[in-house]
Design a protein around this ligand. Structure first.
Ligand code: 16G
Ligand code: MG
Length: 550
């Protein structure tokens, strides 16, 4: 092909018209909105993914149809670049332009512009692998996506119903197949085998863990967790909960990682399942986020969020690097966002370099690539660990001089296999946590006591135009509306241990306010005061001002 197959695109595009009056945006996590409005977007993404592949010399691009932790009626789609990473940022604007073209003609024109601007060679092959989560709107959206593939003549491989991180794994495995950097077999079987094999090796000689409860959010994670269990055999006793993926309305409903993080309590249907002293974790709707928690001996709930996971993981890796005798060769660093609890930042910064970046996986991932071993986690439970190519080389070739060094080196090598380095992966992260708890002989309560979280509060403010809010310094400072940051600073000063920041959401039409302070009542008060400032500044209707906004 040297020119766009205009006729095929025209015919199929007319069958997937863009709804009038709607504007789509490729945001932090791709396109995401009501599933019933996304037909044209999926068709167009099918073609866009093919063009992205052609641009990258026929390397395989991933397409994931999911809306993660959002309510069941939502859906979304995101593209995955060949190394298993998020779509390159410069293509987000192309995706938005292509999705919003008002007619078939305008769509074809947008494609033609893209081909010229991005210097796409149409004679290259187009290869895509795609998958979806369990949402009821998924099958119809996949059909629209497949029409996009057909229109452009994409060689498409159906990954079926699977988790976001497994799709990322497949993309990387396909693109590295047969090379010295091979990431594993390019199949689900390859993924489970890789995880289970390294997990079992890391547990050799350790006491078998107590049973862990996994809340699967009634989503695709249930399917994957059941499969993983088959590969793990009896190496890890697991109790699966919230595995109903067929009853309408149950996905993410009063369960899952986002529920636990926001409500800071057990999913209601786990109350009778959990026993004092037990630990559990929740996945989100596409299984890329993980939230741990436990009950203490008195039955009180303790949340072990992304920050606690980062602390556990980073400390363990630093320890193993030291034990392997590689302290001067391998530098470990941590990446967080402004949402990281102040106590976690303090704990980590006392031990290793910590960097703060804007919200969104792509920012964390890229910053983590700058370390030899980069640990990144968002407080909401999305995160992973990256081992740089030169570090992997060092680990593979280092000659240990004592048996203790040899053991630690093997642990590190196995960790590179256990951890899904393409993106946050709830199941891989869960196994990682279980390995570390077994090595340290920590209960959930002991893990929790690494540091005590500062009380905090997150508040949403509905404003007329969230784009009026602009931030700097990794979202910690508001530069617009002018003058508002100074007022926030004045307020924060009055609270002991106070910290607060305001940023526009990238996924919802709201502005978010975060506050923390030494006491819970103070954190709440500070959050609501700042929310009040934001509401007034953004021209909110005084008659509708929420009464909590002091
Ligand atoms: C998306 C991001 C997540 C971020 C969240 C923030 C990805 C894959 N996911 O879910 O990292 O924490 O958005 O949402 O990048 P917000 O902008 O609405 O606060
Ligand atoms: Mg998710």
């Amino acid at each position: 092909m040297t020119e766009l197959p205009i006729q095929a695109i025209k015919t199929l595009s007319d069958a997937h018209p863009k709804p009038t009056g709607l504007t789509f945006q490729y945001g932090t996590a791709g396109f995401r909105t009501l599933g019933s409005t996304l037909d044209s977007v999926l068709f167009r993404v099918g073609i866009l993914a093919g063009l992205r592949s052609k641009r990258l010399d026929g390397r395989t691009i991933g397409v994931m149809v999911t809306a993660s932790h959002n309510p069941e009626q939502d859906n979304g789609v995101k593209l995955v670049d060949p190394r298993g990473e998020m779509l390159e940022a410069s293509w987000e604007a192309h995706a938005t332009a292509v999705a919003n073209a008002a007619s078939t003609e305008a769509f074809i024109e947008a494609l033609s512009n893209l081909i010229v601007n991005a210097k796409i060679d149409l004679s290259k092959p187009a290869r895509v692998v795609y998958a979806r989560d369990t949402r009821p709107s998924g099958p119809a959206l996949i059909a629209a996506l497949e029409d996009g593939f057909k229109a452009l003549g994409v060689e498409a491989r159906d990954g079926g119903v699977t988790t976001t991180p497994i799709l990322h794994y497949l993309v990387k495995a396909i693109n590295t197949k047969g090379t010295k950097d091979s990431y594993g077999e390019d199949s689900e079987d390859g993924y489970y085998t890789k995880l289970a094999t390294s997990f079992k090796k890391l547990l050799v000689g350790k006491a078998k863990p107590d049973p862990v409860v996994i809340d699967c959010a009634n989503g695709v994670g249930a399917k994957a967790a059941e499969k993983l269990l088959e590969y793990l055999g009896d190496s890890l006793p697991i109790i699966l909960e919230n595995t109903d993926i067929t009853t309408r309305g149950k996905l993410n409903d009063s369960c899952g990682a986002d529920f636990v993080k926001t409500m800071q309590k057990l999913p209601p249907n786990l109350v009778d399942v959990m026993k004092p002293g037990q630990r559990a974790c929740s996945l989100d709707g596409d299984a890329d986020r993980l939230m741990y928690y436990c009950l203490d001996e008195r039955g009180a709930f303790h949340m072990l969020d992304g920050d606690k996971i980062a602390a556990l993981v980073a400390a363990f890796i630093v320890e193993q690097v030291k034990l392997a005798g590689l302290e001067s060769d391998i530098k470990v660093g941590v990446v967080q966002t402004a949402y990281a609890n102040g106590a976690s930042t303090k704990y980590l910064a006392e031990r290793l370099p910590v960097k703060c970046v804007p919200t969104g996986v792509k920012h964390l991932h890229h910053a983590a690539e700058h370390y030899d071993i980069g640990v990144y986690f968002e407080a909401n439970g999305h995160g992973t660990v990256l081992f740089s190519p030169s570090t992997q080389q060092t680990l593979a070739t280092h000659e240990p001089s004592t048996p203790a060094q040899s053991t630690a080196l093997n642990h590190l090598l196995n960790l590179t296999q256990l951890i899904n380095q393409t993106v946050g992966d709830a199941l891989s992260d869960m196994l990682l946590v279980e390995v570390i708890l077994a090595h340290k002989s920590y209960s959930g309560v002991e893990w929790n006591s690494l540091y005590a979280d500062l009380p905090n509060r997150l508040v949403k403010v509905v404003v007329a135009d969230r784009n009026a809010f602009k931030t700097e310094n990794a979202e910690r400072i508001l530069v617009s509306p002018p003058g508002l940051q100074a007022k926030i600073n004045e307020l924060v000063k009055r609270y002991e241990g106070g910290r607060s920041f305001v940023r526009p959401s990238g996924t919802e039409d709201v502005v978010r306010v975060y506050a923390e302070a030494l006491l819970k009542t103070q954190a709440d008060e500070l959050a609501f005061r700042v929310a009040g400032l934001v509401y007034d500044e953004a021209g909110g209707d005084p008659a509708k001002r929420p009464k909590e906004f002091i």
